[in-house]
Write a protein that binds this ligand. Structure first.
Ligand code: PLP
Length: 431
């Protein structure tokens, strides 16, 4: 499979190059030349396929012969060693729980898959050591750190803003050691992001180190997110009902992967982009004007994104036809008050505890079903509620049980490098 840059269709890349570079040199996102269709027999027989087999069928064409079958199968097996249950919350609403991975957020799948692919390409010996350099406002850092832990040939450097990630998130970033370095920045997330961007353009650094990024613009992080939708459908197929999926969205990587799954033939009828007050896409669908705004801080902070980077990929899937996008994608936006009150309401009525991102997803599905009650609605629960312990416990007025996976590192010492400026980062990377 070849990939082209969304800034210039003539700018063609292999999968390997797209994974190693992240972004094309013209700054465009990579997009596959062909969207793969799966045969009817795949959908008819899905009940007899394991999740590893489903994932392999869904992604193999996107990798082509660049990773041999056996190696790809083991990358998939290492990526997916946890469950993706659809849990019934109400009669016509289910939660697709994506938080059973090591860092308790859905980003584990993309981060592990990308680490597997990059690790494979390095082992082949075409690249020397690679440094993955990322800025995180919370969830990305933990998933990337965990996914790349112990992968030969890769160093990971993660910048995070001091005092602005949750206690659990900080532990996930800072206690791993080995090839992972956590860099605490005296500044904001935007400062971290700016330093990362500057480093990528700094020849004195890039002459010495091959840098790559690990956010959802990378095709190896974006595409494996298709798997969730297939896994959910396998569990819901017997319902024989029209399906709508509500995706709590920030950078729109996850929901865009859902559209790719549907393009492959998966019978999902509608998608909902559920947003907090950072609602650029909702405003776009109302006005046809794409008017990004600076992000606003909310309780669902992984979605505090003013200019979602993957939205251009959704536009590409629909050939940039506004009316087609509008027909297939509904968008809703909710403020923190509604998010917290629905967490309390659902907990009271059903006992189900939602994290703030899942709660935004639930609100989206609820709005949609008011208009179209014949659907079965699925909202993606993208993070475990304990990752947002304070917000969740305050909203539902109850203590949430901490899973064993979290307890094990809550007592570990954090190991960090602290920096104040870009020069500090540069010195660190060059030493
Ligand atoms: C990253 C993240 C999102 C947003 O996903 P996108 O693919 O960026 O739209 C939603 N919820 C949680 C918990 C996240 O970590």
């Amino acid at each position: 499979m070849k990939y082209y840059s969304l800034n210039n269709r003539e700018n063609i890349s292999t999968f390997e190059n797209a994974v190693v570079k992240g972004l094309a040199d013209d700054k465009g996102l990579y997009f596959p030349e062909k969207i793969n269709k799966l045969p009817d027999s795949f959908f008819e027989n899905i009940d007899s396929l394991s999740k590893n087999e489903i994932a392999f069928e869904a992604i193999k064409e996107y990798i082509g012969d660049e990773i041999p079958e056996d190696a790809l199968k083991s990358i998939i097996a290492e990526t997916l060693d946890f469950d993706f249950p659809v849990v019934s919350v109400k009669e016509n609403i289910g939660a697709l729980e994506l938080f059973h991975g090591p860092t308790l957020a859905f980003k584990d799948v993309g981060a592990r898959f990308m680490a597997g692919c990059l690790g494979y390409f390095i082992k082949k010996g075409k690249f020397g050591k690679i440094t993955v350099l990322v800025a995180t406002s919370g969830d990305t850092g933990g998933a990337v750190a965990n996914g790349f832990l112990g992968v030969d040939g890769i160093d990971v450097v993660i910048l995070y803003p001091k005092g602005k990630v949750s206690g659990i998130q900080e532990k996930q970033l800072t206690t791993l050691g080995q090839n992972i370095t956590a860099v605490e920045v005296n500044g904001t997330f935007d400062d971290c992001q700016d330093m990362v961007k500057r480093a990528f353009l700094d020849k004195e650094i890039t002459d010495e180190r091959q840098l790559t990024s690990a956010n959802s613009i990378n095709v190896a992080r974006w595409l494996p997110q298709m798997f969730y939708y297939f896994f959910a459908w396998k569990q819901l197929k017997a319902k024989d009902q029209k399906l709508v999926f509500s995706v709590p969205s920030g950078n729109f990587g996850n929901i865009c992967a859902g559209f790719m799954a549907r393009e492959a033939g998966l019978p999902i009828d509608q998608f909902i982009s559920s947003n907090n007050v950072n609602n650029t896409v909702k405003r776009y669908l109302e006005s046809e004007q794409y008017d990004p705004k600076p992000s606003v801080h909310t309780v669902s902070n992984a979605m505090d994104i003013g200019n979602p980077s993957n939205f251009v990929r959704i536009q590409e899937i629909f050939g940039n036809h506004f009316t087609d996008i509008k027909e297939n994608l509904s968008a809703y936006s909710f403020d923190d008050e509604r998010t917290k009150s629905v967490m309390a309401k659902v907990y009271k009525e059903t006992g189900y505890v939602m994290d703030p991102h899942g709660a935004v997803g639930y609100l989206g599905v609820q709005e949609f079903l008011k208009l179209k009650p014949e659907y079965y609605g699925v909202f993606l629960e993208t993070a475990h509620p304990v990752k947002f312990l304070e917000t969740v416990e305050a909203a539902i007025n109850t203590n949430v049980e901490i899973p064993a996976a979290i307890k094990s590192f809550m007592n570990k010492e954090k190991q960090i490098v602290t920096i104040d400026s870009y020069d500090d980062l540069k010195n660190y990377l060059r030493k």
